[in-house]
Design a protein around this ligand. Structure first.
Ligand code: CP3
Length: 369
């Protein structure tokens, strides 16, 4: 195994919070914190292709560090600059990032009768080799972070990845993937299982490279009905939470906290607390106080969950949203169980100083007197 000797961690707040410990203040980070709302992102990226940036460890680590450098002590975690769609790429699919439009698969997997279906199932994917550039970016970023904050690794959830592979990009109708789950449920499950196993190995190798906490993004969970979530998302998310610790142990690695973010699946919060993840991410449609009640005395930490759109508002409205969140998560009474974030990724056109104000307000309103 490689010998990574990384600089000592100076701020382990998010790791202690994720393991359910009582903490001095809630840790803070935001999904997509490295991205298009930052002018320095555009500057560093130049006219390079998005995936070219992901594949270049030097560029990916520079982009990962940008929010840490800009916001200094206000942020408690970094997340490696990459994308959930690197798994379909590792499986042999072509994925392009089209400027201002998002991901595009020129040759999506349309039906289980496609030759591509059998190929995808039969191909032995070498996650170590295919995604080596991600591990290199993680290791380099850990060095450059100098122990300032822990580094997140991540992957897409099997359901969300299959949606992209079948739809070929973003969609409002979900026509193709809905056809799959209702017409070809068994074929859907077979491919979901294949993706799931790749996710486990990919996350384990990210930890081996230096990731200190991991998040599984199920961005399209909310497109499923409660009954379909039970069939097509939950078992695979639970498989990851069960098998990643086993794989880490096999590799002789320390356990890391695991976060699941099942966006839109508010009906499944109770089930998500039993899947084996230490942290469950909430989108902004959840009421924090109700969510805390649903968790009950289970050892699950909640993450979230302000409406990212609140950052388009005034400072007064940001203060109001933060106040509601701090009260809702019962911070003053509990002093644990909450990682502050937004309810989804930060959106373009947010002014970086308004995000700074959001961070400052969380710090101010959770300060121990
Ligand atoms: O700061 C970070 O969070 C790290 C990097 C990160 C990116 N994508 C960079 C990115 C992470 C964690 C992701 C995850 C991701 N990618 C998700 C899950 C999170 C979510 O938002 O639900 C999803 C669904 C994707 C797929 C994806 N990648 C889409 C739909 C898009 C285009 C639309 C959009 O919101 O940008 C991307 C592109 C992408 N991924 C960009 C960045 C910085 C923008 C690329 C650009 O235009 O420069």
């Amino acid at each position: 195994m490689e010998d990574h000797s990384f600089p000592a961690l100076q701020n382990d707040l998010i790791l202690r919070a994720a393991w359910g410990q009582t903490i001095e203040r809630p840790p803070i980070w935001v999904m997509r914190q490295a991205g298009r709302y930052l002018p320095e992102y555009h500057q560093a990226k130049g006219n390079r292709d998005f995936f070219e940036c992901c594949r270049d460890p030097e560029v990916a680590s520079t982009l990962t560090l940008q929010p840490i450098e800009r916001y200094g002590g206000l942020l408690d975690a970094a997340i490696i600059f990459s994308d959930i769609l690197v798994i379909p790429q590792a499986m042999g699919m072509v994925v392009e990032m089209v400027d201002k439009k998002g991901p595009h698969f020129p040759d999506p997997l349309r039906t289980p009768q496609d030759k591509q279906y059998v190929e995808l199932l039969q191909r032995k994917v070498d996650v170590a080799k295919e995604l080596d550039y991600v591990y290199k970016a993680i290791t380099l970023t850990r060095k450059k972070l100098q122990g300032r904050v822990p580094l997140f690794g991540f992957c897409g959830a099997p359901w969300t990845l299959l949606c992209y592979m079948v739809e070929g990009g973003g969609t409002k109708l979900f026509k193709e993937i809905k056809t799959w789950i209702y017409k070809y449920p068994e074929e859907t499950k077979t491919l979901l299982q294949k993706i799931t196993e790749l996710c486990v190995e990919y996350l384990a190798l990210q930890v081996k490279a230096g990731a200190q906490i991991v998040q599984v993004f199920d961005s399209w969970a909310g497109e499923l009905s409660p009954a379909s979530f039970k069939k097509f998302s939950e078992p695979y998310l639970a498989y990851i939470a069960k098998h990643l610790p086993i794989r880490l142990k096999e590799l002789g690695l320390e356990q890391v906290p695991m976060v699941v973010f099942p966006k839109g699946a508010w009906y499944a919060l109770d089930a998500c607390c039993n899947m084996g993840y230490q942290v469950v991410g909430l989108d902004w449609t959840h009421d924090p106080a109700e969510s805390v009640q649903i968790v009950g005395d289970r050892p699950v930490v909640l993450q979230g969950n302000a409406d990212p759109g609140a950052l388009y508002g005034t400072h007064e409205s940001i203060t109001e949203v933060v106040t509601g969140m701090v009260k809702g998560f019962g911070w003053a009474e509990r002093k644990k169980g909450w990682i502050a974030n937004l309810g989804h990724g930060i959106t373009p056109f947010v002014k970086p100083d308004d995000l700074k104000f959001y961070f400052e307000e969380i710090h101010r309103l959770t300060k121990t007197q």
